[in-house]
Design a protein around this ligand. Structure first.
Ligand code: KG4
Ligand code: ZN
Length: 341
């Protein structure tokens, strides 16, 4: 295998990720998550996440170098997430990458986290079909992107106007008395009838759909589930968990899959890629498989471990930037919590 040997550091949320790739070949992908420390708060606490990154960065880097059997002196470059994400968390990754770049005299590449979610599928399924549409769904972001060239040209078609999809899962889990993070728990609990309760599908009808064709809204469905549960409890009735979870999940995944396929059709784009923690969802994957097949759209789904935040996605994006002749970043590059793609 050929291509540049790139180290990737990721620290935008609660995962400290260190990946090493050579070209499109994955050599190491070590992740330390602080998720357990956030459980009792029901969501990521930025200050706690930043401290955890500080503690985890060096041991995770050492594990990645050992797994890849690579010495840092052999690297061709260091890629790091410059944004978007939590400011204090991003700063830890950037400071670490700058220190390594300076000490080792290697070029530094500050890259976009969302573009990393797009690039990572290369490691599983080879070169991306370009152009493609990317549906990125996690606890922090929900976006539809049109990817002309992942290293140089990505356009955001739309995004959530309120909660991210994963955030809605996490909040609904709380309402149902289920632990954080709620996505995988609701995915498993959703064994009931998805048509038992009709929860709202945000921005899919009338003027909303016209104005927000590629945008999402999940605060309505979250509130509807909370009201529904409150009413049942007030009336002293049981809450049928399996049905509520399945019906909520159906509302979210129906909208995500319909809008993603609509984006492919509207922009005449024959391939769809998914990424982010919610992309691990089984119902979302099943709906996307059916709906893309119905329109002859190629569906690219990275394995779940590459869908969630990790360093390999940053490393492989860095490798693509280097291969495309991208210029290194200056050592005074700053973190940007709302960096656009
Ligand atoms: O990408 P990720 O690990 O971190 C960021 O938020 O950036 O995504 C975590 C989110 C959480 O909100 C979690 O509840 C959700 O992804 N999630 C899922 C599933 N697995 C994780 N949501 C639905 N179904 C799942 N199977
Ligand atoms: Zn992410």
């Amino acid at each position: 295998m050929t291509g540049p040997l790139i180290l990737g550091l990721e620290s935008s949320c609660d995962e400290t990720g260190v990946g090493i790739v050579r070209g499109h070949e994955l050599l190491a992908n070590e992740v330390a998550s602080s998720v357990e420390e956030h459980v009792r708060f029901g969501g990521v606490v930025p200050e706690v996440a930043s401290r955890a990154h500080l503690e985890a960065m060096v041991p995770t880097l050492e594990r990645a170098c050992a797994a890849a059997d690579v010495d840092l002196s052999e690297l061709d470059g260091i890629a790091v997430t410059a944004g978007p994400g939590l400011m204090g968390a991003l700063v830890v990754g950037l400071a670490s990458a700058k220190a390594l770049a300076l000490a080792l005299d290697k070029p530094l590449y500050g890259v976009n986290h969302l573009a990393g979610h797009v690039a990572v599928d290369l490691l599983d399924h080879g070169p991306l079909p370009q152009p493609c549409i990317a549906l990125l769904v996690s606890g922090g972001h929900t976006s539809l992107l049109r990817v002309e060239d992942m290293a140089r040209s990505i356009t955001e078609l739309g995004s959530t106007i309120d909660d991210a999809a994963g955030e809605a899962y996490d909040k609904v889990a709380r309402v149902l008395g289920l632990p954080y993070p709620g996505g995988p728990v609701i995915d498993r609990a959703a064994t009931g009838d998805p048509r038992a309760i009709t929860f709202p599908r945000g921005l899919t009808a009338g003027k909303d759909q016209e104005r927000h064709r590629f945008n999402f809204s999940f605060s309505g469905v979250k509130t509807a589930v909370a009201r529904w549960v409150e009413t049942r409890q007030r009336d002293g009735e049981d809450v049928p968990l399996a049905d509520v979870a399945a019906s909520f999940q159906e509302a979210v995944c129906d909208v995500l899959s319909a809008k993603a396929v609509d984006a492919c059709l509207a922009t005449d784009t024959p391939a769809l890629l998914i990424g982010g923690g919610v992309a691990a969802n089984r119902r979302l994957r099943a709906l996307l498989e059916d709906r893309t097949a119905a329109h002859g759209i190629e569906l690219r789904t990275p394995r779940p471990a590459l869908c969630t935040d990790n360093g390999a996605m940053i490393a492989v994006l860095g490798s693509a930037v280097v291969s495309a002749g991208g210029r290194p970043s200056s050592l005074d590059i700053g973190a940007d919590s709302s960096l656009p793609v």
